[in-house]
Unconditional design. Structure first.
Length: 327
């Protein structure tokens, strides 16, 4: 146990020395400050804004887009889900975009997950956690140490999970601090609605869940954390396969971008639903955004990510423990 803790400490120091975590937190801070300022401007102009008229206008524009038939199948599902959600808010006299600190913090995992911001940041942290050893010339020294190889890789995986968790936690803290400067801080006990489901081109209102905002936020962050753990496991495999840090990072970025494009240009290719990228925005699916392919339920996405994580970790350990020291 002490030996494993020493290995984890060593990997933590390596990652900090490369300053990847500093870069990740700097990116998060810059983005959240900009977004919080935009929310402040929305709040400042809210006295002049008729939110009901704005929602009705959005619904009208979305319905016109559907009638024109210009949207792909997956995009049309998203539009119908949005129309149903907006209509629900109108019927219940709820302004879904009224800015405050709790709603800003709650929205962070959804937006960061759906835009693949958090997976991209995990790529920065983890895609070279093994391959960097080759770039720095320490791989042969590492593999000839009197420590079982699986323990070395396990320490790297645990360290990556730790920093991915810290990234999400720091994102929540930065979102809270950035929003607290300009937005009202009350609202943690306000009702939050999620679980909107699309069935036969209409939204099922019987599936909508009402929870206090703080509890809804905890669930969303938990789902996004699960997604990040699975993605970090996949990043570990690429770092084991490639000896070049640039190759491992480039491959991971290409898979994220390519998978996102695939869901928009090939919605009828049902095999695409088994690609891990389609299951990553768990927090968004929990809120009610329909997955890009039919048959993708929340449990399907959770199971898919678990299969990918277990499979890639197993392959990574098999490759790493059999690696030729002088190869």
């Amino acid at each position: 146990m002490l030996a494993m803790l020493a290995l984890i400490q060593n990997e933590t120091l390596k990652l900090l020395r490369r300053r990847r975590f500093v870069i990740v937190i700097s990116i998060l801070t810059a983005i959240l400050l900009i977004v919080s300022y935009s929310q402040y401007r929305i709040l400042r102009d809210s006295a002049k804004r008729n939110w009901r008229a704005d929602l009705q206008e959005r619904i009208a524009r979305a319905e016109n887009m559907l009638r024109r038939g210009r949207a792909s199948a997956s995009w049309a599902r998203s539009i119908r889900a949005e129309i149903g959600r907006w209509q629900f808010y109108l019927d219940h006299d709820i302004d879904p975009q009224k800015p405050n600190v709790p709603r800003f913090v709650r929205t962070f995992p959804n937006v960061a997950g759906s835009l693949l911001l958090l997976p991209l940041l995990v790529s920065i942290l983890g895609s070279d956690i093994v391959s960097a050893e080759n770039a720095e010339g320490t791989d042969k020294l590492l593999l000839t140490r009197p420590v079982r190889r699986w323990k070395i890789l396990l320490a790297k995986l645990i360290t990556l999970w730790m920093f991915a968790t810290l990234t999400l936690l720091c994102g929540a803290i930065i979102a809270f601090l950035a929003a607290s400067v300009a937005l009202p801080s009350h609202g943690w006990t306000e009702p939050s609605f999620s679980g909107f489901q699309l069935a036969n081109a209409t939204v099922r209102l019987d599936a909508v869940r009402e929870l206090p905002l703080w509890r809804d936020a905890l669930i969303a962050y938990g789902l996004e954390w699960y997604s990040m753990m699975a993605f970090a496991s996949i990043a570990l495999l690429l770092s084991v396969i490639f000896k070049s840090s640039a190759a491992s990072i480039g491959t991971m970025l290409a898979s994220l971008i390519g998978g996102t494009i695939l869901t928009h240009i090939s919605p009828d290719w049902t095999a695409g639903k088994y690609f891990f990228v389609t299951a990553l925005p768990l927090a968004d699916y929990y809120t009610g955004e329909p997955p890009p392919y039919d048959g993708m339920s929340m449990m399907f996405c959770i199971t898919l990510l678990a299969v990918w994580a277990i499979g890639t970790v197993a392959i990574a350990f098999a490759l790493f423990t059999r690696r030729d020291v002088f190869g």
